[in-house]
Write a protein that binds this ligand. Structure first.
Ligand SMILES: Nc1ncnc2c1ncn2[C@@H]1O[C@H](COP(=O)(O)OP(=O)(O)OP(=O)(O)O)[C@@H](O)[C@H]1O
Ligand SMILES: [Mg+2]
Length: 479
């Protein structure tokens, strides 16, 4: 397509240097020509087809309309409206000149995007939340040309400053500052009550200690956006304050920062949960070792010591055969009992048959020893990854022990299946139900930790009087 004047290189050079954004589109909505400012403002490049959107709609309307120039306001992919004038250059060629302000508005948006990106990058690097609290205050404060900014957490009826930035120090918002949110119409109080963004245009006359302090320090206005965490709880807010006025859409611009704070808090919480579960696994290991130590000490070890003493006495009594025979018998009995105890202890540890012959064999052995009938169905015959076999085994073993100890059940059923990349294990008893990981020992919690450590999850269904079902889903592949 040849536009009459657009072929001139000199004219193109001139248009490219103009700060006004200028674009021309043909009937197919191809950008026949766009100058540099236009590309920077809208992202549309010369030669490209205009993608469907507000601008495309306007250009198409222009092509079929009266041809008279028309002022339009379009909101492109972002919320910032762009205004400008559309005019017909030729029958099938539409020009669009954006208002000079559009470029500036978009530059502001770009600034906001890069501030948010900086915070998001920091959040993704999993720092301590305190680092985020400061950076968010700083980025939001700078972006909104505020005097100071703070990240504030609610604690009961109080608001505690946990992150702070100041441009030109009027004081206030020091980390650790606590203000009450009751009897106040200050910003922290309003956001706490409504859970929505809020602003105060002029602190003079606003009720509350916080507002009085703001006036004393020379602040006039402030804007805040709530930090809402999982479950809709209002954790706190991000606040910016100024000695003058703050921009019209400051609330909305703050909201992006508040969301990043929430995200950082959630990932920190998830990290803490993983850490707690690792600690529980370690502690369970330590407790188990102590139990073994104690049992060995009180049981098998005592017997072996007694045996050694008896043998030594025997040595001295060899001249008195009758007594020697009685001692030998006693020693043999001790030895048998020590062996039985050692066997019993070994059973509580990782069963050898699991490592040697796999899950199916280990569960069959468990079934033959079980005091309750144990029905097995769908247990995979082939070998699985060792941690997976161990987890499945212990889920069954602990649930079975629980059924024997607590359920007054008459039978236990185990069903397994491999589907959707998971090994699913289900153990149900027909006992009295009411199992609760939070009461009694640590068996069920330990199972959940073990399963979750492999990237799986454990659920418990145990209504009173209607039996107990434990279900575990364990990913077959790497977690
Ligand atoms: N199958 C079940 N039927 C009825 N109640 C159960 C069953 N399983 C567990 N419970 C109840 O839930 C509680 C918690 O079980 P959990 O396995 O976590 O601990 P525990 O068996 O008491 O001790 P541990 O497993 O540490 O030796 C038990 O104390 C018991 O009251
Ligand atoms: Mg238990």
């Amino acid at each position: 397509m040849r536009g009459p004047a657009l072929t001139s290189a000199a004219l193109r050079g001139l248009l490219d240097a103009t700060p006004a954004a200028i674009g021309c589109f043909d009937a197919q909505l191809r950008a026949v020509y766009v100058n540099t400012a236009f590309t920077m403002t809208t992202g549309v490049q010369t030669g490209r087809l205009l993608s469907e959107g507000p601008l495309a709609i306007e250009v198409r309307a222009m092509l079929v309309g009266s041809g008279a120039p028309r002022r339009v306001r379009i909101a492109e992919a972002h919320r910032m409206p762009i205004s400008g004038t559309l005019f017909v250059l030729e029958d099938t060629l539409v020009g669009f000149v954006l208002d000079a302000g559009a470029y500036e508005a978009l530059a502001v948006l770009a600034e906001e995007q890069s501030a948010l990106r900086r915070v998001a990058t920091l959040v993704a690097s999993d720092p301590e939340p305190e680092a985020i609290f400061h950076v968010v205050a700083e980025e939001a404060g700078r972006l909104l040309h505020a005097r100071s900014a703070a990240t504030i957490r609610y604690e009961g009826d109080f608001a505690l400053t946990v992150g702070r930035w100041v441009d030109d120090d009027l004081g206030g918002f020091e980390v650790g500052t606590v203000v009450p949110t009751t009897d106040s119409d200050g910003l922290t109080a309003v956001v706490a009550r409504t859970g929505a963004p809020a602003r105060i245009e002029d602190y003079r006359g606003v009720r509350g200690v916080a507002a009085e302090t703001m006036v004393e320090r020379g602040y006039r206005s402030a804007v805040g956006a709530p930090v809402v965490v999982t479950g809709g709880r209002v954790w706190g807010l991000v606040l910016v304050a100024s000695a003058g006025a703050l921009g019209e859409d400051a609330e909305h611009r703050l909201a992006g920062f508040a969301e990043l704070v929430a995200l950082a808090l959630e990932s920190a919480e998830a990290r803490a949960e993983i850490k707690a579960s690792r600690i529980r696994i370690l502690e369970a290991g330590v407790t188990e070792r102590r139990r073994l130590e104690r049992n060995l000490h009180d049981g098998a070890q005592q017997r072996l010591v007694a045996l050694a003493v008896q043998l030594r006495v025997l040595e001295k009594r060899l001249g008195e055969p009758d007594k020697a025979i009685a001692l030998l018998r006693g020693a043999a009995t001790e030895l048998e009992q020590a062996l039985a105890e050692l066997r019993e202890l070994a059973r509580g540890l990782h069963p050898a048959v699991l490592a040697d012959r796999g899950l199916a064999a280990a569960l069959e052995t468990l079934a033959t020893r079980s005091p309750l009938p144990l029905e097995l169905e769908g247990v995979p015959e082939g070998r699985l990854a060792e941690p997976l076999e161990a987890a499945a085994y212990f889920v069954v073993a602990e649930s079975l022990t629980n059924a024997v100890k607590h359920a007054e059940a008459s039978e236990v059923r185990v069903r397994m299946a491999t589907e959707a990349g998971e090994l699913r294990v289900e153990i149900s008893d027909d006992g009295r139900g009411g199992a609760d990981p939070a009461s009694g020992g640590t068996g069920l919690r330990g199972l959940a930790d073990r399963v979750e450590a492999l990237g799986g999850h454990l659920t418990l269904e145990s209504p009173p009087g209607a039996g107990t079902t434990v279900r575990a889903a364990l990913p077959l592949g790497p977690a």
